[in-house]
Ligand binder design. Sequence first.
Ligand code: HEM
Length: 392
Amino acid sequence: VTSVQQSSDIDLFSDAQLEEPYGVFTAIRESAPVVWMSAHQAWASARYGVARSVLRDWETFSSAQGVGLTPELNAMLEGTLLASDPPLHDQLRGILSARLAPKALRSATDFIQREADDLIAELSSVGRFDAISDLAQRFSLGVVSELIGLPEEVRGKLIEWGDATINLLGPLNGLAQTSLPVAEEMFVWLQGVVKSDLVEGGMGRDIYEAAEAGKIDQASAAPLLSAYVAASLDTTTSLLGLAIGLFTEYPDAWRRVREDTATIPSVLLEVARYASPVQWVSRVATVDTDIDGVTIGAGQRVILLLAGANRDPSHYEDADTFDIDRKPVDHLAFSYGVHSCAGQGLARLEATCLFTALAPRVASFELAGTPIRKLSNLTRGWQSLPIQINPA
Ligand code: HEM
C-alpha cells in the first residue's frame, strides 16, 4: 500500500505512475484534502469536493498564470483561452462556443454519423483491427479536421502535434522533451496560417474572420486554432478507446447498450467518470487561502486530479466499480467552472455516433492481443488496443 502524508515526493509523471495511477490517487485522497508534491512544487488533491470548489472559484484559483507545470510552457500559454481568466477568457471562448453549441452541433450530426457508419461498415467487414489507430484516431481525426476545415497537407500531422502539445503541460520529463521539437513544428505552421488556408464555413476560418472583424485580437487567432488541435484529438481518441476497452472487459455492459441504444449517452458518462481521459488540470492561488484547513500560499499551484476526484468514494458509492446504471451527470472528466470543456458536446456527439454505428453490427468485442498503454503527461488511454469483433 502506498502511503502519502501531507507532503509527498512521489512523481506523478513517472512511467510507472502514468501506467497505473489510481493507487497513488487513492493514497493522496485518503491522506489529506491537499498534499504538497515536492517533485512538482505544487499541491495536489484527489478529492471530489476540493476539485469542484477550486474549479468553481476562478478568482481565487486562476488559470491566467498558465495551467502547465513548467514556467516555459506557461509563458507560451499567456493570453490563450486555456490560460486566461474572465473577462478575456469569456471573449475568446465566445468565438468557439458559437460553433460548439448544441444548435451548431445538430447541423454537424448527419456528417458525423455518416463518417461513423462508413468507417464501421469497413471495419466490421475486416473483423480484426486496432481500436486506436484503425478506429478511434482515424474517426476523431476525420471529423475534427473536416469541422475545423484544415488544409489537407497538415491533417497527417495533427495527431502527433496534438499529443506533443498535451505532453508539454506536464513537467519537463522524457515525454515533454521528445514533444518539444514536434510542438515547435506546429507553432511554426500556426504562425504562417492565413484565413484563406482554412476551408470556408469551417470552425477554423471563423476564428480568423472574428479577428478580421475586430472581435478578438489578431494575435489570439493562431492560439485559438491551436486550442482546437490540441484539445480535440488525443482526448476524444482516449475516451473512445477506453470505452471499447471497457466493453471487452464488461461484455454485459455492451450487450445492454445494444438492447437499448438510447442509453449510450448515459453509459458514456460512466466511462468518462470511471476512466477520466484527461487526468488532471491545475490552477494558481491568487491570494493566501485555505482548502479544508490546509493553507495555500498566494502564487502556489494546485493540481486537481480529476481522475482521483471521479473515484472519490465520499461522492460516488463503490467509486472503483464500473457501473453503467450510475449516470454520473456531475463527473469532473470535462473539468468544471468557466473552463469546463468547450468541446464536450462535440466529444459526446462523436462517441454517441460511433457506438450507434457499432451497436447493430457488433455482438461483442474481444481482445485480439495485448493492449499497450499510451503514456501521456495529461491523458490516459491506449496506444494500441487489438480487437476482434464478433459480428451481430
Ligand atoms: C473526451 C474528450 C474530451 C475531454 C475529456 C476533454 C477535457 C477537457 C478538460 C478537462 C478541459 C478543461 C481544462 C481546464 O479546466 O483547465 C477542457 C477544455 C477545453 N476543451 Fe476539451 N475535452 C475533450 C474533447 C474536446 C474537443 C473535441 C474539443 C474541441 C472541439 C475540446 C475543446 C476544448 C477547449 C477549447 C477547451 C478550453 C476551454 C476553456 O479554457 O474555456 N475538447 N477539455
